[in-house]
Structures are given as C-alpha cells and as structure tokens.
Design a protein around this ligand. Structure first.
Ligand SMILES: Nc1ncnc2c1ncn2[C@@H]1O[C@H](COP(=O)(O)OP(=O)(O)OP(=O)(O)O)[C@@H](O)[C@H]1O
Ligand SMILES: [Mg+2]
Length: 348
C-alpha cells in the first residue's frame, strides 16, 4: 500500500515512498542516468582511490530533492566495495552521538550523512577534526573534572548530502575533497529512467508513454518514478495492464498533472495571479489567501517550479505572471506582460 500523497508532483518523499524507491535505485555509476560531468568526475575519484588501495576523498553532494543524492551515496559505497553507514544531520543532536558513530567505523567505511546542513554546531566542529585528522576528542566526565581523550580513527569516507549547500559553513564545505552539484534532468534522461524503472517493476511501457511521463516530471527522477507507478495503477485498474500512451495520459488527468508538470495548486496560484490580480504585481500573502493556502506552502511548494518554468516572476513589488504564464492557462497576455524568464533570473 502506498500512502495518500498530497501532490503527486511533490519533489519530497515520505518514509513509505522512500522504501518504494529503494527498489528502483541504480546500484552502479554505469546504471546512473544523466549528470554526466558529476558521474565522470566521481568515477575518476573512486577508481583512483581503488587503484591506490586507499579510501576515497570525502564527497559532498548538493541539489534539490529527488535528483539522486542518496542514490549516489550508496553507489560510492558500492563502487568502493565498502560498508555503508547511514545517519543524518537531524539524527545527530549532540556531539556525543557523532562520536559514537565515528568511533564505531571500520577502515574504509563510507559514512553517509544526509541533510548535513542540519548538524548541530558542536557536532559540526567534531566532524571537522574527524574529516581532516581522523581523530575525535571524546569528553569523559562532567564539569571541572571533565577530560578530553583523543581517539584516533581508521581512515573512512564521508559522503554528505544537502539540499541547501548555501547553509553549509565554509570550513565544513572545504573539508570535502570532491563536491558535486546535481541539476535537473532533461526529458531524454527522464525518459530513459522511466524505461529502466518500468523494467524493474515488470511493467511494460511504450516509448511514447514513457516520454509523456518524462515531460511532466519537472526534471526530477523521483517524480518520474512516482508518476510511473500511478500510470501502472491506472493501466491495471482501467486499461490493458500495459503502459500505452492513453494509459499515461488518462492517469495524469486523474492526478491532475498537466502537460508541463503543473499540479492543481500550481495552476490555482497562476490562475489567481492572472485573473484576480491582472497578472500582478501582488504580494505573496494576498496571493496565498486568494487560493486558500498558507503563504509558506505557496512560496515553497508552488512558486519555485512556476518561477523555474518562467511562468511567474518574483519582483521587489510582488509576484508577476509572465506572458508564458498567461499563455499556459490559455489566456491572452496583456500588452506589456513580461516575457517568460526561465529560472526567474529577471529579478532574483
Ligand atoms: N540518475 C538517476 N538514474 C536513475 N534513477 C534515479 C537517478 N537519480 C535518482 N533516481 C531515482 O529517484 C529516486 C530519488 O532519488 P534519491 O533518493 O537519490 O534523491 P535525493 O537527491 O537523495 O532526494 P532527497 O533530497 O529528498 O533525499 C530514487 O528512486 C532513485 O532511484
Ligand atoms: Mg536523499
């Protein structure tokens, strides 16, 4: 059973979805689609380390949710033939938590620290020392009688992942020997991911259906895999059981994902902006009230994609619909509407 998803195109995943995803993860760099530069560079780092018989440099992976950071962390361990240990910033509340993890590492282990930007400060400082000198200072006792005992660690590799690279303090960022930023995927790359995932699910899908899913997946493999599962559901319940173009289109109508990957909230925001506020500029809170949502939801869930697609722009005076935004709703843009500004770079 899968959980109810508020939106089928949310780039975040809950626990149940993450367990579904495990089955679809590529397990080697060769199987990892797209991100060509990152793949080539990482492959070099790992192969060089293997040939020296050494552990690999620490690796930092950054980028938006659902683009493959966790997948790559697992691949690093796999390619190194190493044991993967997993923890995350929010799980490490105290320096002692980190000390316990670090002191239990064996030589060559890969420690994956997800959401590393959320590490507590004292843990962060302990991590500096561990990454650079393979050492932790364990504090024994309390108050005036506390002593710190240096403990040396066997060499290991940290793979850090973050959706917010900008929040990482420079001293931490600098301790990673290899840093990679993951970007959104092209439709062709997503097409190939959908094809591979369908194969793993034992679900037969046509090329045009896979392309249809790819083009509505917002550049994000997680969303592509999720839409694929929805299409499979539709095909099993209403269709022939195989994924043809009609099944893909019908399923995406049921889940209200339009041909550009916008969901209901995205369209409601865009429509309110155009029809109620004449295309703006209008303030975020006014816009949010008019669609009956929290400002934060509009700002963090709907806006980033609308701005990235060049359908909307953020200006110092408020939100503005671009000519592309009007056109996407089938409306005539007013004279003087901004042209589409992909990425919203016009003002950001
Ligand atoms: N390059 C890729 N090729 C094939 N599948 C991919 C690729 N990147 C991601 N996926 C698939 O997309 C899903 C999400 O990927 P992953 O969990 O690695 O994302 P993430 O960047 O760690 O996201 P988050 O920031 O939310 O933790 C997984 O099921 C994974 O198999
Ligand atoms: Mg992840």
């Amino acid at each position: 059973m899968e959980s109810f998803e508020a939106s089928v195109v949310d780039s975040d995943a809950d626990a149940i979805e993450r367990s579904n995803e495990a089955a679809l993860r590529p397990t080697s760099l060769d199987e990892f689609v797209g991100q060509r530069t990152v793949r080539d560079q990482l492959s070099l780092v790992l192969r060089a380390a293997v040939s020296r018989g050494a552990t690999a440099d620490h690796v930092l992976l950054s980028g938006p949710p659902g683009l493959g950071k966790t997948t790559l962390a697992m691949i690093v361990a796999g390619e190194m033939g190493a044991t993967l240990r997993v923890s995350s910033g929010p799980a490490i509340q105290h320096a002692g938590d980190l000390a316990a993890i670090l002191s239990s590492l064996d030589e060559g282990d890969v420690l994956f620290l997800d959401e590393i930007h959320r590490l507590a400060r004292p843990a962060e400082e302990m991590l500096y020392l561990a990454m650079e000198d393979f050492r932790v200072d364990v504090v024994v006792g309390k108050g005036a009688g506390a002593t710190s005992i240096p403990l040396s660690l066997p060499p290991f590799t940290i793979v850090g992942a973050t959706t917010r690279a900008g929040l990482l303090p420079a001293p931490l960022r600098d301790r990673f020997g290899f840093t990679a930023h993951l970007d959104f995927y092209s439709d062709d790359e997503l097409h190939s991911i959908v094809g591979r995932s369908a194969g793993k699910l034992g679900f037969e899908i046509s090329g045009d259906a896979a392309a249809e899913i790819a083009s509505r997946s917002r550049g994000t493999p997680r969303i592509a895999n999720r839409l694929l599962r929805r299409v499979r559901d539709w095909a099993q319940v209403h269709g022939s059981g195989t994924g043809d173009l009609a099944a893909a289109q019908q399923a995406l109508i049921v889940y209200e994902v339009d041909e550009r990957g916008l969901d209901r909230l995205d369209r409601a925001v865009l429509r309110a902006l155009c029809t109620r506020f004449g295309g703006g500029p209008v303030g975020l809170s006014t816009l949010a009230v008019s669609v009956g949502e929290e400002s934060e939801t509009v700002e963090t869930v709907a806006e980033p994609f609308l701005v990235r697609e060049g359908l909307m722009s953020r200006s110092p005076r408020g939100r503005i619909a671009t000519a592309d935004g009007w056109a996407h709703l089938g409306l005539e843009p007013p004279a003087g509407a901004l042209p589409g500004a992909p990425g919203g770079r016009l003002f950001d």
